[in-house]
Design a protein around this ligand. Structure first.
Ligand SMILES: Nc1ncnc2c1ncn2[C@@H]1O[C@H](COP(=O)(O)OP(=O)(O)O)[C@@H](O)[C@H]1O
Ligand SMILES: [Mg+2]
Length: 319
């Protein structure tokens, strides 16, 4: 607990993930440090390929870290030399739930929705057998789905309905931490807003901590409490979601402007692609695409430094 009484739900310290691709080293996550406090919603935003899903796979224990440490709900899940026992995983899995982009990957195609939603209550002995039906109905109400879905198979539901089913199942165990990796990206635009609104209401009702991965900074500005902007495996800015207009990093600004005001002339709209994570440049990683860089940026690597209250920036021009 900190001086202000906040308890961290998730703590990442200098987390690095490297893969070997055709004999070359690929740096997917390049030393990420981030704390998510209990009860808050933090969004990680950034373009495709910047390492968001890799981070999620490490936080959920699907993959080990290469370097650094991760604490989730008080459990040290990865630190050098640390082995996590099965019992510890079981306890943690119940408190931490994951919702991914593609709901059809989460539900067996041959399983009726009824069975899928009953499973957590039965497997975790969350209630008596007699209570399971009413608990499943309660879940459906919370995600605003009709009981008629229970007799259907996954392919008989729309993508939006199926994602609601997956969210319902995640909520069955009353998780402390919900991790969503682009949960609306595979859905129609009109359905996306509904699912986001649903998650917004549910996290308030349940008092859950939420780590939300998205490439849509404007949407996260409305949904999250804080936003961490990721670029090429690094967090380049962390700021309160309500303060997006005060963003400092040129990359964050470009992401915001690309969404909000594409017609405006005096602002940068992001051009080109990020460098390859197989060949990380020296100096600032955003140098090649930055509209305001100075010669130092080509050679000096900026650190994530405190810029203002709850605001951290990694840019030589902001230090
Ligand atoms: N299992 C893997 N093996 C090799 N490279 C990977 C693997 N998983 C991800 N990568 C690479 O790591 C980088 C980050 O990927 P990812 O975390 O999926 O990004 P995002 O979720 O932000 O789109 C990409 O360059 C991707 O190609
Ligand atoms: Mg991803």
């Amino acid at each position: 607990m900190t001086e202000t009484g906040q308890i961290p739900a998730l703590q990442l310290e200098q987390v690095v993930k490297k893969y070997t691709v055709s004999g070359k080293e690929l740096t997917a996550v390049n030393g990420v440090s981030l704390t998510v406090w209990t009860g808050e919603t933090v969004a990680i935003v950034g373009e495709s390929g910047c390492g968001k899903s890799t981070l999620v796979r490490m936080v959920t224990g699907i993959e080990p870290v290469t370097e650094g440490s991760i604490q989730v709900l008080g459990y040290e899940i990865s630190a050098p030399g640390k082995k996590f026992s099965r019992q510890e995983w079981k306890a943690l899995r119940r408190k931490m739930q994951l919702v991914l982009q593609n709901p059809s990957g989460a539900v067996s195609p041959r399983m009726r929705i009824d069975k899928f939603l009953r499973e957590p209550f039965v497997n975790w002995h969350l209630c008596t057998r007699e209570q399971v039906d009413s608990r499943v109905e309660e879940l459906l109400q919370r995600v605003e789905l009709d009981k008629s879905v229970l007799h259907k198979f996954p392919h008989q539901l729309s993508g939006g309905e199926l994602q609601r089913v997956v969210i319902a199942r995640a909520l069955a165990v009353a998780p402390s931490l919900l991790i969503c990796d682009e949960p609306t990206s595979a859905l129609d635009v009109s359905i996306q807003a509904q699912v986001i609104a649903l998650l917004h209401r549910l996290r308030k009702e349940q008092g859950m901590t939420v780590l939300f991965i998205s490439h849509d900074i404007a949407l996260m500005g409305k949904f999250a409490d804080r936003i961490a902007v990721m670029y090429l495996g690094n967090i380049v800015e962390i700021l309160p979601a309500g303060q997006l207009k005060n963003a400092v990093h040129p990359y964050t600004k470009a992401l915001i402007n690309a969404v909000f005001q594409p017609e405006k002339e005096d602002i940068s709209v992001l051009e080109g692609d990020p460098p390859s994570p197989l060949d990380m440049p020296s100096g600032c990683l955003f140098f090649g695409r930055c509209p305001v860089s100075c010669p130092d940026c080509a050679v000096k690597s900026p650190e994530l430094r405190e810029y203002g209250r709850d605001h951290f920036v990694s840019c030589l021009l902001a230090q």
